[in-house]
Design a protein around this ligand. Structure first.
Ligand code: ARG
Length: 644
């Protein structure tokens, strides 16, 4: 039987993989050479972009106007952007290698005198200086075939950074991990995976909130609750239901001034190293960690925990240094750092001498830049904290932790995201009281609904005499997890991260929508074509080659328009990665994957695969589609399914 999950999914090892320039960078090189030849004084780089509309070719040089503006007034400068483009195009055509990436089309064109003459009609100049080109089908076919041979990793674009530190997920101890943390978890995981795919060494950090003032009330409450207090040894069961513990402690904290005072005192006790308090704190953290880990295991997310408490020893020396440097200043007994252009300062020490969220983030920034040698520091945190991070980054620049020049490493990025809304359009979140939407329950429901859908789908197929899949209970469970959790992730990742989105099970599990379910079915369907081809009895009695042999012996050809369109979309995969990384937006990859499924569907509707004359070539095209689809799914944190 065919495994339902990837049989050879061993992960990518980009570091030892050769890099193949993408179509866009190949074109960039050709345009650069043509521009240097046409305009020797020019130092600008050509900007070649994929076009959204085939009317404008497949790729387009789109910065002739800007270049023109730069050259204006200089000796020998072209007289307008179109003339500039014409000069570049002339050189391009002169130097174009035969059988290269740019397709050259000629046609009979009527000249002024009414005579007809053969002329190049593509590449062509359009509008005020755009140069539109078409990618040659033969080149596309060769490019894809090489990828099938050498692996999709060879298509990973080069990223100019060695070591990225991605801070994501970062829930708070004893408070429930809520959907906001889910967003951070799936977006951060996707960005980290994309960087890893591109050969960047990524440190995935979980900046867990394990050192807040909430511990004072939690510990004090534990102390009060049992005879003999903490000294009596708070048992495991005291921290079993952290939610309940938090709720009860918070209630007293808000209602009993006397308790509140003792809770404050408990914070001081904890921070000054009281052994009993430390033990209680550790127990609470461990219980919380178990809950978080269960979620990460389900979601298949890897993270290294480095909570706020781990920066404790660094805080006092850091603040002293900032004061000595004159960067932190006194403000009513507190120590603050002012950042140019900001209305409020970053607080690094409270008036009672305590340190807070901002101090910890300053210490973490330095640790990541200096000790970890990160040259790209990324923070995936809800948009509501953008102000906090502007202050942290600004203070970091002032203190010399970050460079003064904007483009010098380490680069820092705040990757914000919007809210998750319930179907009523209101913010969905866990509250201390009222209807709490627990993350675990969301995941459970997504999985259960997927299980039902998979079973119903196959039962219907069986009843209607169509091919159906029978699962062992274990396989069904795995498929339901992959589909359910994949659906939740995809529903998040397909949105521009800055927009709020509605959490809706029916929508995210829609087989016909822009969903993980749709993509997983597409992938399984593509994968099944190959088994169909192999299983089929051929008239000549010979066995059909397996896909691995086929990759070596058959030649991919893109003759039909739909084959060519699918092929073009496949070679644009690196463009999607580049643009996803440029804005740190995983939705670009989701869009790409959805459009890949669309291009595949159009191809499949018009081009017979199994039993056709083009069977071998088309099986290769199907395989390439499946390979790229799996890569997309992987970057979105979704495991592929081979049978559903
Ligand atoms: N624990 C914080 C929260 O739940 C997020 C931490 C983000 N990372 C950081 N370095 N501040 O809101």
């Amino acid at each position: 039987p065919v495994a339902i999950m990837a049989p050879t999914d061993t992960g990518y090892k980009p570091s030892d993989v050769a890099h193949v320039p993408s179509a866009a960078s190949e074109l960039q090189g050709l345009f650069r050479a043509a521009m240097r030849a046409a305009l020797p004084k020019l130092t600008d780089e050509p900007v070649v972009v994929p076009t959204g509309n085939p009317k404008f070719g497949d790729y387009q040089l789109n910065n002739a106007m800007r270049i023109f503006a730069h050259l204006k007034g200089q000796e020998g400068a072209p007289k307008n952007p179109s003339a500039l483009a014409a000069a570049v195009l002339d050189k391009l055509l002169e130097t174009l290698p035969a059988d290269g990436i740019i397709a050259v089309e000629r046609a009979l064109v009527k000249e002024k005198g009414g005579k007809e003459a053969e002329k190049v009609v593509s590449p062509a100049i359009a509008g005020p200086g755009f140069i539109n080109i078409r990618v040659s089908r033969a080149w596309t076919a060769r490019h894809i075939q090489a990828m099938l041979r050498d692996g999709i990793e060879t298509w990973a674009p080069r990223v100019g950074y060695q070591r990225a530190v991605v801070d994501f997920s970062s829930p708070n101890v004893a408070k429930e991990m809520h959907v906001g943390h889910l967003r951070s978890t799936v977006i951060g995981d996707s960005l980290a995976s994309t960087l890893e795919f591109c050969g960047v060494d990524v440190l995935r950090l979980n900046h867990v909130g394990d050192w807040g003032t909430q511990f004072g009330m939690l510990i004090q409450h534990l102390d009060d609750r049992r005879e003999g207090g903490l000294a009596g040894g708070a048992a495991e069961e005291d921290v079993k239901d952290l939610q309940a513990l938090y709720k009860a402690a918070k209630k007293r904290f808000d209602a009993e001034p006397e308790f509140k005072a003792r809770a404050r005192e408990a914070v001081t006790q904890l921070q000054s190293g009281n052994e009993l308090f430390l033990q209680a704190w550790k127990r609470i953290c461990e219980a919380s960690r178990r809950e978080f880990q269960a979620i990460y295991d389900r979601l298949g997310v890897r993270l290294i925990e480095r909570g706020e408490s781990s920066y404790n020893p660094l805080l006092r020396p850091l603040v002293e240094e900032l004061c000595a440097m004159g960067i932190a200043e006194d403000s009513d007994g507190a120590k603050v750092v002012w950042v140019e252009g900001e209305k409020v300062p970053l607080m690094v020490q409270k008036s009672d001498g305590g340190f807070g969220y901002g101090t910890t983030d300053m210490a973490a920034l330095r640790q990541r830049a200096h000790d970890e040698r990160g040259d790209w520091l990324i923070y995936v945190v809800d948009e509501g904290q953008s102000g906090h991070f502007r202050l942290v980054f600004g203070a970091g620049r002032k203190a010399g932790i970050l460079p003064q020049e904007k483009d010098a490493p380490p680069r820092v990025d705040f990757v914000g995201f919007g809210l998750v809304l319930g179907s009523d359009g209101k913010r969905i979140r866990t509250r201390d009281e009222g209807a709490a939407v627990r993350l675990v329950e969301l995941l459970d429901e997504a999985k259960e609904r997927s299980r039902e859908a998979i079973v119903a789908h196959n039962r219907e197929n069986e009843e209607k005499g169509r091919p159906f899949v029978t699962f062992t209970p274990k396989e069904l469970d795995e498929a339901a997890s992959i589909m359910g959790y994949g659906a939740v992730k995809y529903a998040d990742l397909k949105n521009n991260r800055l927009t709020n989105y509605k959490f809706n099970f029916d929508e995210m599990l829609d087989l016909a929508g822009n969903t993980a379910v749709f993509l997983l079915y597409m992938h399984a369907r593509i994968a099944s074509i190959d088994s169909k081809a192999v299983a089929r009895k051929r008239e000549d009695g010979r066995a059909t080659l397996g896909i691995d042999e086929l990759k070596r012996s058959a030649t991919l050809m893109l003759a039909h328009d739909k084959e060519a369109a699918l092929g073009l979309h496949i070679v644009r995969f690196p463009d999607a990665l580049e643009s996803a990384l440029a804005d740190l937006k995983p939705n670009v990859i989701a869009d790409y994957a959805f459009n890949l499924a669309g291009a595949y569907n159009s191809f499949y509707a018009e081009c017979q695969v199994v039993g056709s004359e083009e069977e071998d070539s088309r099986r290769l095209l199907c395989e390439a589609t499946a390979v790229v689809m799996r890569a997309c799914l992987k970057l979105l944190g979704i495991q592929p399914l081979y049978r559903i």
